[in-house]
Design a protein around this ligand. Structure first.
Ligand SMILES: Nc1ncnc2c1ncn2[C@@H]1O[C@H](COP(=O)(O)OP(=O)(O)O)[C@@H](O)[C@H]1O
Ligand code: SF4
Ligand SMILES: [Mg+2]
Length: 337
């Protein structure tokens, strides 16, 4: 269920995506770690996926790229359609022949992970790592690839010429993450999935990286799916928010509307748990404390996934709850809103 205005020329649309995770060595039951997810993002727009650790956000990001581990997981249903300017037709990534996936990854949609230390190869110079990414898609000479790599490093506020031959350990954490973004952008994709790109960074460096992400969004009309556990970051950077819990979208809508008037009990609790939000962004409802933790049991079918921690729960919540449009453009998965 998408909401708002979708542009005709450039969008990424996820419909009814369900991805199943099988337990290793048949220990326990399978879970739908991504369950009936609908999400879309236009070019030049940032959609934040916000939720606590273990809710399946990274799995969603990987699934969009079909990078989820095939030995333990399976796409059960759904589509991820991507439309980019200059492409003849819309592609459904879920239905692409595996041999065609490399031509989509990086070129149409790219991903940046949380930890640049594990994503970069420590023994290869950063310039070489970026040019490798270019050579994987383009038949061009070394000097031309080097020029492109340098220009993308420069765009990330890194002196490309001076740092081209640097090894990852010679750069700060913030610089390494900016190298990762340069690498993700070097083929000029129309969509970027940023999976907690600032979580491993200190506050000041994190702010620099966030402002760079906004800059490249504007310069390249990039559509971004920004994954974060931090609602205050989502509030500052996104145009719309998808509140994610135990594999499902619990609530979605325009960022301002979600922050001003959260509907779902989980969203209310998330907002209440962010002390740094200015007073005018606090919800009007009474403050709530939600006990407990997200566990694998919360992914169980046949009940609201937030049931075990919800102060409003009753027996009517012991069934699968659909995501309903509550008001124009605001969706919530709760029978009490
Ligand atoms: N490769 C995997 N094998 C087994 N379980 C996994 C794997 N990847 C993720 N999970 C499980 O799926 C759930 C969601 O994980 P993840 O997507 O990493 O959450 P988030 O990014 O929101 O913190 C967690 O319970 C996690 O343990
Ligand atoms: S459906 Fe029930 S358990 Fe789920 S969030 Fe709403 S009130 Fe709480
Ligand atoms: Mg994650």
């Amino acid at each position: 269920m998408a909401y708002g205005g979708k542009t005709k020329t450039m969008n990424l649309e996820i419909k009814d995506l369900t991805v199943r995770l099988y337990p290793k060595k048949n220990a326990g039951r399978h879970i739908n770690v991504v369950d009936s997810v609908d999400l879309y993002v236009n070019g030049g727009e940032i959609a934040a996926v916000v939720g606590e650790s273990g809710s399946g956000k990274s799995f969603l990001g990987l699934s969009i790229m079909r990078l989820n581990p095939p030995d333990v997981s399976e796409v059960v249903s759904g589509s991820v359609k991507i439309k980019c300017p200059g492409e003849k037709e819309e592609l459904d990534i879920m239905r692409l022949n595996p041999k065609n996936l490399p031509s989509v990854r990086g070129r149409l949609v790219s991903i940046v992970f949380q930890d640049p230390n594990t994503s970069l190869n420590p023994v290869i110079k950063i310039g070489e790592q970026i040019t490798e990414a270019i050579f994987a898609h383009k038949k061009i000479g070394k000097p031309e690839a080097k020029e492109i790599a340098i220009s993308y490093l420069n765009r990330m506020n890194i002196d490309g010429k001076a740092r081209f031959n640097a090894y990852p350990h010679e750069l700060s954490g913030g610089m390494r993450q900016r190298v990762m973004i340069a690498m993700a952008m070097v083929l000029n994709p129309c969509f970027l999935i940023a999976d907690e790109p600032t979580t491993a960074l200190d506050v000041t460096t994190s702010l620099q990286v966030l402002s760079l992400i906004e800059k490249i969004k504007l310069e390249s009309n990039l559509g971004i799916i920004f994954i974060t556990h931090d609602l205050s970051i989502a509030k500052n950077i996104s145009d719309k928010i998808y509140v994610f819990y135990a594999g499902q979208v619990m609530e979605c809508g325009k960022t301002e509307e979600i922050m001003d008037n959260p509907l779902h009990p989980y969203t209310v609790s998330l907002i209440n748990s962010v002390p740094s939000l200015p007073a005018d962004y606090m919800p009007k409802q009474k403050l709530f404390t939600i006990p407990g933790y997200l566990t694998k049991d919360d992914f169980t079918e046949g009940k609201c996934r937030f049931y075990s921690r919800c102060f409003k729960r009753d027996n009517n919540c012991l069934k699968n709850i659909p995501l309903n449009e509550i008001s124009r453009g605001m969706f919530a998965r709760c029978i009490k809103v």
